[in-house]
Design a protein around this ligand. Structure first.
Ligand code: ADP
Ligand code: ADP
Length: 218
């Protein structure tokens, strides 16, 4: 479960997130929708403990990220797919993440298989396309078999096959009972992927609705 309550985040004079509240329940996909600069990444960064809140709360499974006992087993995230060092091999990157989080390295082969990168496990990440990097980032998020997942703009720059793959993966993760938050600036794609839409602009909540209710109004 993800709970954002009256969250405000300021960077100097910039109000990135402004008294934002929403909840993501287990077994559902929530599309976190808004234009570039709306505050989606910032909200996820605070949820992941990579940034502090100015005020309000961003909770995962009822606690702040820093209070989670086994972080990668509770929450997995794809934030910036370009961030992995290009000189590393896919298998070694995931192996290092697994070891430093007390996760058995047997999981590495499993997640590489799950995201379709088993065939390039020994290749250096520097030669990977954006789509392959997204898949690697998703593999890292899945490593700890977490119940809560956050994907920041996972379909950016992907071809139609990649977009469909992510949509199906996200749906199947929710069908297994996981809590899934996916950000995007693409309304149409989120209507196909999500059960609920949390729409933000300039850090503020604009709408929080089920996709079915929205469709019924058209
Ligand atoms: P989104 O993910 O919706 O594109 P962001 O959360 O990245 O939006 O950005 C929200 C606002 O906060 C933007 O105005 C952005 O420029 C600003 N911002 C984000 N991170 C920082 C930072 N580290 N320092 C200063 N401003 C930031
Ligand atoms: P550091 O020792 O530098 O603080 P961290 O544990 O914060 O290291 O992060 C190490 C790597 O693991 C980073 O690439 C980060 O993006 C990734 N990471 C950390 N927490 C998670 C998580 N919950 N899900 C997925 N990746 C994570």
């Amino acid at each position: 479960m993800i709970e954002v309550r009256e969250l405000t985040k300021r960077y100097g004079g910039t109000l990135a997130v402004d008294r934002l509240s929403f909840v993501v329940k287990p077994g559902t996909v929530t599309g976190f929708l808004g234009p570039n600069g709306a505050g989606k990444s910032t909200t996820m960064r605070v949820l992941l403990g990579l940034d502090g809140a100015t005020s309000g709360e961003a909770l995962v499974n009822g606690g702040r990220y820093a209070a989670l006992r086994r972080p990668m087993r509770e929450v997995g995230a794809l934030l910036d797919a370009g961030a992995v060092h290009g000189g590393r091999r896919a298998f070694d990157h995931l192996g290092w993440l697994a070891r430093s989080n007390g996760i058995g390295t047997r999981r590495v082969a499993e997640v590489l298989e799950q995201v379709g990168l088993a065939g390039v496990a020994r290749k250096r990440v520097g030669g990977f396309s954006l789509g392959m990097r997204q898949r690697l980032g998703i593999a890292a998020a899945l490593l700890g078999d977490p119940g809560v997942l956050m994907f920041d703009e996972p379909v950016n720059g992907l071809d139609p096959d990649g977009v469909r793959w992510i949509r199906e993966l996200v749906r199947s993760l929710a069908a297994e009972g996981r809590t899934v938050l996916v950000s995007s600036h693409l309304m149409g794609e989120m209507q196909l992927t999500a059960d609920r839409l949390v729409v933000i602009g300039r850090g503020r909540l604009i709408a929080d609705t089920s996709v079915r209710e929205l469709a019924d109004r058209f």
